[in-house]
Write a protein that binds this ligand. Structure first.
Ligand SMILES: Cc1ncc(COP(=O)(O)O)c(C=O)c1O
Length: 492
């Protein structure tokens, strides 16, 4: 089976992107049988870095990944500019590449050694290749950049896309700034409500073009921290298939699947006896359900390694990825060679099993933080405020965030005016010395054209997004105590 052809959905910009004849010459740069006078590749002898080196912890991180700063169980690497290469432009070995190659122009999709690791990883986690065979992965500079490249490849000014009604503001704003019109999808405690999506698309006005793609954050959704179930994903996939709409899954939190929150006295530590048990515990992705090549999966190393590495990847149909690479060629060219060198040394030393050990360790850390934050929150918010529909807390099962929902109608001032209550309570949080993100900052809104298609009830709740990622648990608990103080005072 091969991926379907989605070329009818490409943007005008994508269709205007000319095949770059010059970059095609890169393929000859390493060949010994030709004299290469093609591209302006500077000789690596003029690169001032003779080597780079680093020290990293060694799997299986038996004492937990939080102790890796103090760990003596480490390995060191040194990547030389020139190893035994006889090419001044650098060579690319099976599992590593030298700096002369890493810092050179060429691999627009990413260095082969890094991509090979990612492809293998995708087979292990998402069983790619089982539904359609012409899949691939290319590197990105993280999910924000990946999304920018994807929407430029598919959307024209005035095109619609679908998004969760509250979503990550940077990506949604990038779309809006390009003149693209995001349409909100209603959510409940389990993410996008499929029936809402069905009704919206079945009633889509005949004189408007259908949305090009769904932008979703399926795991540990930002800001609401919900995770979409497999059942919902299957329904959503089928609905979008019917309406010829692509799916872009933005998954920076995929490996922060902390599992259902269990109250303190019933809690048991989750242990994985082997890597397969961990892999089996992970959510079924849209990518792994995809028979058509309509899913583009964006993953990032920001939350699993470090945001500053600015590396991620896009996985999906290779025909689509070629179009995205064509945009990369005329914009970012390729992610930084230094970043790729460091990622390559780390991952190819850890190997797939070591990387899974790291991810298991990370899951453990975030579970402790999630549990510590939620225990504290549920202890400090008076039970009667929850029972009387004043406060709602939905413990997350993935991601870095949790929310506190407040019923604006139950506040003594502002007559249930949600914006006024949200601003007022936020000011009180700040006065108390705690910084959170008000929910309305993440509201996607709806374009004028579709405002009348579906009406939905407003339950009068506002919410604030908080994270347990940014500090040590005692600090987070200090912040939660301040939140609880304000809520108790304001809704007494
Ligand atoms: C949903 C979502 N997408 C993308 C990003 C940014 O990812 P990256 O650092 O890979 O650009 C974030 C977080 O900051 C996020 O929450």
């Amino acid at each position: 089976m091969f991926a379907k052809d989605f070329s009818h959905l490409y943007s005008d910009e994508c269709n205007r992107r000319n095949q770059d004849k010059l970059s095609a010459l890169f393929a000859y740069a390493q060949r010994k049988d030709v004299t290469f006078l093609g591209n302006g590749l500077p000789e690596s002898k003029y690169f001032p870095w003779q080597s780079v080196s680093g020290t990293c912890p060694t799997p299986p991180f038996a004492n937990g990944i939080d102790s890796c700063d103090k760990s003596t169980d480490t390995f060191s690497f040194q990547t030389m500019k020139n190893d035994n290469s006889n090419s001044k432009l650098g060579t690319c070995g099976d599992s590593s590449f030298n700096l002369a190659r890493g810092l050179q122009y060429q691999a627009i999709e990413g260095q082969p050694a890094v991509l090979d690791f990612i492809r293998e990883h995708l087979k292990i986690i998402h069983k790619v290749g089982t539904h359609y065979q012409d899949w691939d992965a290319i590197l990105s500079i993280g999910n924000c950049q990946a999304f920018d490249a994807i929407i430029r490849t598919f959307c024209n000014v005035g095109d619609f896309i679908l998004a969760e009604e509250y979503s990550f503001s940077a990506t949604v704003n990038a779309a809006k700034a390009q003149g693209i019109k995001p349409v909100s999808l209603k959510m409940d405690d389990h993410g996008i409500i499929p029936e809402y999506l069905i009704e919206l698309l079945d009633n889509w006005p005949a004189d408007l073009k259908k949305p090009k793609l769904l932008y979703t954050i399926p795991t540990g959704q930002n800001p609401l921290s919900y995770s979409l179930s497999t059942e919902r994903k299957k329904i959503i996939y089928e609905v979008l298939q019917k309406h010829d709409i692509l799916i872009v899954e933005d998954e920076p939190y995929y490996f922060l699947q902390t599992g259902e929150y269990v109250s303190k006295n019933e809690r048991k530590e989750v242990k994985f006896n082997n890597h397969q048990e961990f892999v089996d515990s992970l959510a079924t992705s849209f990518l792994s359900l995809d028979n058509d090549g309509r899913v583009l999966r964006m993953e990032s190393y920001s939350k699993v390694l470090a945001p500053g590495i600015r590396l991620g990847f896009i996985a999906g149909s290779s025909a689509i990825l070629k179009k995205i690479s064509a945009y990369h060629l005329m914009s970012i060219m390729a992610p930084s060679g230094f970043s790729q060198t460091f990622l390559n040394e780390l991952l190819n030393s850890w190997k797939q099993t070591g990387y899974l050990d790291w991810l298991i360790g990370l899951r453990h850390e975030y579970t402790l933080k999630r549990d510590g934050a939620l225990d504290c929150l549920l202890e400090l918010i008076p039970k009667e405020l929850i029972e009387n529909d004043v406060v709602r807390v939905s413990p997350p099962a993935a991601g870095m965030f949790f929310t506190v929902e407040l019923n604006a109608k139950k506040h003594s001032k502002f007559n249930g005016d949600k914006n006024a209550v949200e601003d007022y309570i936020n000011e009180k949080f700040i006065e108390e010395g705690v910084i959170v993100a008000p929910g309305s900052w993440f509201a996607v809104g709806n374009p004028e054209e579709i405002k009348d298609i579906i009406s939905s009830e407003d339950d009068g709740y506002i919410f604030y997004r908080m994270t347990f990622a940014a500090s040590e648990l005692p600090i987070i608990q200090e912040g939660i105590a301040k939140i609880a103080n304000v809520i108790k005072f304001e809704f007494k």
